[in-house]
Design a protein around this ligand. Structure first.
Ligand code: SAM
Length: 270
């Protein structure tokens, strides 16, 4: 598998006069072992449908295409077009230059196929891309994504921990997520100031009241220090009654409620 090493990425950037743009989270992966590990973990192979966000210099993209998968990749930076054209020449990749945060993946991706998102996500939109896809793009059934360690922890934390919040609830409502492995800054060019982690999420069948539970959790975590009987006033007329009906102590705080609690609360409120 021809994942790009540091020397190749450097040469490509130089040849095309590209300087990585920090605001676009352009930290390119230059360790072929990590690239291979991500692809192996994704389990994708011949004929599978893969969506990548932010192909960058095309290292992960190329490795994914070499498995025989059909890869669709969204890149915001049009300046990478020439470089990507060369790096991906002859590969089965449908490259689309667009802002992934503003494309409707639910209509852009064939709904009759099961998609896997595999990506080294840009910091600026990483969380929202994954959470929006979980909520609105049911044809993406699995995610193997690299994000900042802190973001990864927020996505997979349990109630009662500091990192537990709305992202953990969204992931927990729609799937089973876990941190697969951590990745140090040195494997990127240029190195970011924080560590990264690869997270996997496997979608589970959507439970009844999923969106309502997420809206309730949003209100609760919006004022996470307040008791729920107070914080949920922004979304419920009679929060105390609703909480008691769902068997939840009205003096508890958002961080104490697990996904099943939010779902139970959703089902007793209109
Ligand atoms: N996949 C490459 C790798 O692993 O080396 C590059 C990953 S780099 C962390 C993130 C990539 O996402 C960059 O190529 C950047 O231009 C792109 N990007 C940033 N914001 C984006 C957006 N809103 N939509 C699509 N791509 C975006």
């Amino acid at each position: 598998m021809s994942a790009q090493a540091r020397s190749e990425v450097k040469a490509l950037l130089e040849a095309f006069g590209i300087r990585p743009v920090k605001a676009l989270g352009q930290h390119f992966l230059v360790d072929p072992n990590i690239t291979r590990k991500i692809v192996a973990l994704s389990g994708v192979g011949e004929g599978d449908a893969v969506i990548e966000i932010g192909p960058g210099t095309g290292t992960l993209t190329r490795a994914l295409a070499e498995t025989g998968a059909d890869v669709v990749a969204y890149e915001i930076d049009g300046k990478l077009a020439g470089l990507l054209g060369e790096a991906l020449a002859g590969r089965n990749v449908d490259l689309r230059f667009a802002d992934a945060a503003h494309v409707d993946l639910s209509t852009e991706l064939d709904p009759d196929r099961q998609w896997t998102m595999v990506a080294n996500l840009p910091y600026n939109v990483g969380t929202s891309v994954v959470l929006d896809a979980l909520r609105r793009v049911p044809q993406i059934s699995r995610f193997v994504v690299m994000v900042q360690t802190e973001v990864a922890e927020r996505m997979v934390s349990a109630p009662g921990t500091k990192a537990y919040g709305l992202p953990s609830v969204v992931v927990g409502v729609h799937g089973a997520g876990r941190i697969e492995f951590k990745v140090p800054p040195q494997v990127f060019l240029p190195p970011p100031s924080v560590g990264s982690a690869v997270v996997s999420i496997v979608r589970t069948p959507e439970p009844e009241g999923a969106e309502r539970a997420i809206a309730l959790a949003g209100a609760g975590f919006g004022q996470r220090r307040k008791m729920l009987r107070a914080s949920l006033r922004t979304i419920l007329e009679a929060p105390e009654w609703a909480l008691v009906s769902a068997g939840i102590d009205p003096t508890s705080r958002a961080e104490e409620l697990g996904v099943t609690d939010w779902l139970r609360l959703a089902r007793v409120t209109p």
